[in-house]
Every structure is written in structure tokens, then in C-alpha cells.
Design a protein around this ligand. Structure first.
Ligand code: ADP
Ligand code: MG
Length: 476
């Protein structure tokens, strides 16, 4: 029985002092914690010395689960052993701790995934590149052609997985623009309807006067797609998919109770479904790469990881709420910016020839990638000089009498970074253009994965076609 509760206790548990006098304290404890608390209580009454502070969950009158910290002192009451207890509500701290643990876990997996992806990009550049080169040099009816095509296709699939891992680890190269989400969402309407099918209603509720955000439009579309696909999968018998936007100001109080939130003006985008919802255990893991509850072949477990990475890399936050049998809502907050929307640029169609006769200096420490780039460029008619690092590049440049029209350089290399090599050589050869290549966004040239406007960049793994195209673009 609980005797002499103070008013705060009554408030916490939701029962009056009179009611509490008739309730056993153990009835208030979460079933999973009852045994532990009772055991300690008994041992304490027997005179055993135990830590006086510990935490457990209680269920209040409203049925809410609260984390409490108990501070207990053994006393003698009316000649019998009893305890004097102080109960503190630590639910908010617990929630924050859980969020912190979650975000640390994501950091750690992110670092791992990013490292793997980085190494894979070099390997895939070789796999894709060499199979393309071989296909070019053998005839159309060669008996090995089909095998080469299979290698090429597998390489592409691996590259796509690697891209998703990079996205998750926030190492993707973003090209942010000032955009209005209210423009992006209607643009996707047709595609989304096709994606979700006829049994699911699509409803949008877009806030008038929505603020702008600075984000990579392609990546925002990717987020919406991934969330919509999941929503569809959660509504096999149909339902409703709702997309909503709103201006939201997150204040200090909100920031204090949510890890990694800076208070300020945001644009919120919410995507909700009336689907199956999720168990608490599922919800706790949805952003982990390769976490899926779908049968083999149906899910990769990379959809939400990608979404998470993109949102975080765009300085935003994402939260998911779900109720079993009712549905799920994902809320994404992106910082609001006070800038005008950048008008869409027309993409010019380039059908002209990809060949050239200029001189190109390739600087790359990975031998396979260097050889490959050299072979591809020679195939398209260029004269190629090659160097394995910055020092050698400087030496090659000194020894070469004629012009060097372009330097194609890796970003992260031992001794000198690509940027350092380029600064050094540009002082000697001011007309030389520079094209960077990397499988990884790195601070050596990129600030938090965001590309400098004046830098030209090609992402590994590249295909023969994409490299030739980019080189031509830079030279012209
Ligand atoms: P995948 O879709 O390949 O399984 P995701 O990363 O996209 O991988 O999602 C991970 C898991 O999260 C899903 O397998 C599913 O269990 C759960 N999930 C995601 N979105 C929803 C949703 N809208 N409703 C119910 N469960 C969801
Ligand atoms: Mg998915």
C-alpha cells in the first residue's frame, strides 16, 4: 500500500491519495519490471544493502507507460521495517537517451557503409569500364558478348546498391537548389498514381505560402518515391496515401526534447498511409540499412536508409510514427530559407560526337582506375598522359612540352589532394581545365558533400560514355 503520497505522486500516477491507500504499489509497475522491483524491495526489508536508486516503468491511470527513478531509504515505521520512497518521472530523459543512442548507432553504421561504398566504387569502375571496353573491341556477334553484357548489368546493379549506401552514409554528392516543395509534389502526381495503383487514393494538402527549402530536387523526389512505395506495400488492399506540407517553427522546447534539432523555421513534409502500421520493434529499426520485413526478393531494406541519409545530409530531420493496424506517418523537416526559387534550366541535348584530339593528364592513385580512364580516353582519340600522384603529375607536366588541355584527377590521393595538384598546376598552366573524379564526397573538395559551383565533377563508377561526355563538356 502507498501511504502519505504527496500531490506530485498523485499527479504522476493519476490516482488520488485515497485511491492509492487501497492500491498495491506493484499494481502500478510495468509487468516486465514488477519482479525486479519486488525482489529488491524484499531484500531491502530483510536488511540487505542495495543501491538506493534505480529505474523502472510504471503504468499510470491513463494507461501510459512512464519511466520513473526510485530513490528509496529503509526506515522503521511503527516498529516495523518500511521504506521511504521518492519517485521521479524521468520519461523525457529516457526518450532523449533512446534518441541519442539511435543517432549514434546510425553514425556508426553510416561510417561503415560509407567506407564499403567507397572501396566498391573503385572496383566497380574497373568492372563496368573493362566490360564496356571489351564490348567495344569485340564484334557484335562475338560468342562472349552475352557474358560481357551480364557482367556489365551486374556491375550496374552493384553500382546502384553502392549509391544507396553512399546516400545513407551522407556521402552522396548533392546539388542543392532553392525549391518549393509545393512545386515538386504536384510534378510527381502522375508518376505516383501509377506507382501506387488504383486501389489507393492519393490526397495532397499543400500549405499556401509554403516557405522554400534548399535541397537537391532529384533527391527529394527519391525520398517521396521511397516513402510512397513503402506506403503502397503497407496497403495491399488499398487505402489512402496523404502528402502534406506546412510551415513549422520548431522552438527551444521542441529542440530540447528531440536530439539533433536546431530550433528555427522549417518546412514540414508529411507522408502518411492508412496501412498495416508497425510494431514498436520494427519501428525502432526501419532506418537501418538492409532492415526489411518483406520477403526475400521484395525488399532491400535500403529505401528508408536512403531517405534518412538524404534528409540528414540536407540538414533536416525525419521522424516516423506508426500504429499497428491504423497506419504510419513520416514527417520530414527541412530548414526554411529566404531565397528565391531557381528556375529550371533546360537540359540541352548533346548528340554531337564524343571524340577529341586534345591532351589529357590523368592523375589517379588506383592503378586499375587510372589504366581504365587512360584506355577510355585513348579510345575516343585523346592523347593521354598519366600520373599516379600529385608529385608525378607535376613532373609529367614539366617534361611535357605541348599543351595539356585537361587534367582528370582523383580527389583523395596520398601526398597531395586533387585540389592541391590542380592549384599547383593551374599556376603553371592557367588554361588547363580540371575535371575531378571521386566515388566519395570528401572535404578536400566538397563541403559536407555539397559541390562547389565552379568545380566540375564526375562520380565513380563512371561508364565509358559518361566519362567521354563529361570530358567533352568540360573541354567545350
Ligand atoms: P524495404 O521497403 O525494402 O523493406 P525500407 O528501408 O524501405 O526497406 O523499409 C524498411 C521496413 O520498414 C519495411 O520492410 C517495413 O517493415 C517498414 N516500413 C516502412 N515503411 C512502412 C509503412 N509505410 N508502413 C508499414 N511499415 C513500413
Ligand atoms: Mg522500401
Amino acid at each position: 500500500m502507498i501511504k502519505f503520497p504527496n500531490p506530485r505522486t498523485e499527479e504522476l500516477v493519476g490516482y488520488s491519495a485515497e485511491e492509492l491507500a487501497t492500491i498495491r504499489f506493484t499494481d502500478l509497475i510495468h509487468p516486465e519490471d514488477t519482479h525486479m522491483v519486488l525482489d529488491r524491495h524484499r531484500r531491502r526489508l530483510k536488511g540487505e544493502s542495495l543501491p538506493t536508486t534505480y529505474s523502472f516503468r510504471i503504468i499510470n491511470r491513463a494507461g501510459e507507460e512512464l519511466w520513473t527513478q526510485l530513490n528509496t531509504v529503509a526506515i522503521t515505521w511503527e516498529g516495523r521495517p518500511a521504506t521511504l520512497n521518492f519517485l521521479r518521472d524521468i520519461t523525457p530523459q529516457r526518450k532523449l537517451e533512446a534518441q541519442l543512442q539511435q543517432s549514434q548507432k546510425m553514425e556508426a553504421i553510416g561510417a561503415l557503409a560509407g567506407g564499403v561504398a567507397h572501396d566498391f566504387n573503385n572496383l566497380l569502375t574497373t568492372i563496368i569500364g573493362c566490360s564496356e571496353l571489351m564490348m567495344m573491341s569485340i564484334g557484335k556477334d562475338h560468342k562472349l558478348r552475352e557474358n560481357l553484357e551480364d557482367i556489365r548489368k551486374a556491375g550496374d546493379r552493384a553500382a546502384s546498391l553502392t549509391r544507396q549506401l553512399l546516400a545513407f552514409s551522407r556521402k552522396q554528392i548533392l546539388e542543392p537548389k532553392v525549391i518549393d516543395l509545393n512545386d515538386v509534389i504536384p510534378d510527381m502526381d502522375k508518376m505516383l498514381r501509377r506507382l501506387i495503383g488504383e486501389d489507393i487514393d492519393l490526397e495532397t494538402s499543400l500549405a499556401p505560402d509554403l516557405g522554400r527549402v534548399e535541397a537537391d530536387p532529384g533527391q527529394i523526389e527519391q525520398i517521396i518515391m521511397n516513402l510512397a512505395v513503402n506506403a503502397r506495400d503497407a496497403m495491399p488492399r488499398g487505402g489512402k496515401l496523404t502528402m502534406e506540407t506546412a510551415n513549422v517553427d520548431l522552438d527551444e522546447a521542441y529542440a530540447r526534447s528531440h536530439v539533433a534539432v536546431t530550433p528555427g523555421p522549417y518546412v514540414m513534409m508529411a507522408i502518411s498511409d492508412s496501412g498495416t502500421g508497425m510494431e514498436v520493434e520494427t519501428l525502432a529499426n526501419i532506418f537501418d540499412p538492409f532492415f526489411t520485413t518483406k520477403e526475400a526478393g521484395k525488399g532491400t531494406g535500403l529505401g528508408l536508409s536512403t531517405v534518412y541519409g538524404i534528409v540528414k545530409q540536407s540538414n533536416g530531420n525525419i521522424w516516423a510514427y506508426s500504429e499497428l493496424g491504423k497506419g504510419t506517418i513520416f514527417k520530414i523537416y527541412l530548414p526554411r530559407v529566404e531565397k528565391g526559387v531557381v528556375e529550371k534550366e533546360e537540359v540541352e541535348a548533346t548528340a554531337e560526337s564524343l571524340t577529341g584530339s586534345e591532351t589529357i593528364l590523368v592523375v589517379e592513385d588506383n592503378e586499375m582506375v587510372r589504366d581504365l580512364a587512360q584506355t577510355i580516353l585513348q579510345h575516343y582519340g585523346y592523347s593521354v598522359l598519366a600520373a599516379q600522384d600529385g608529385e608525378e603529375a607535376i613532373k609529367v607536366s614539366k617534361e611535357h612540352d605541348g599543351p595539356i588541355d585537361l587534367m582528370l584527377t582523383d580527389v583523395v590521393m596520398p601526398k597531395m589532394s586533387g585540389r592541391e595538384v590542380s592549384e599547383h598546376l593551374n599556376a603553371l598552366r592557367p588554361d588547363m581545365k580540371v575535371l575531378y573524379m571521386s566515388g566519395y564526397t570528401d572535404n578536400a573538395i566538397l563541403h559536407h558533400g555539397v559541390l562547389d559551383r565552379e568545380m566540375v565533377f564526375i562520380q565513380k563508377p563512371f561508364t565509358t560514355d559518361s566519362l567521354a561526355r563529361k570530358v567533352r563538356e568540360v573541354l567545350d
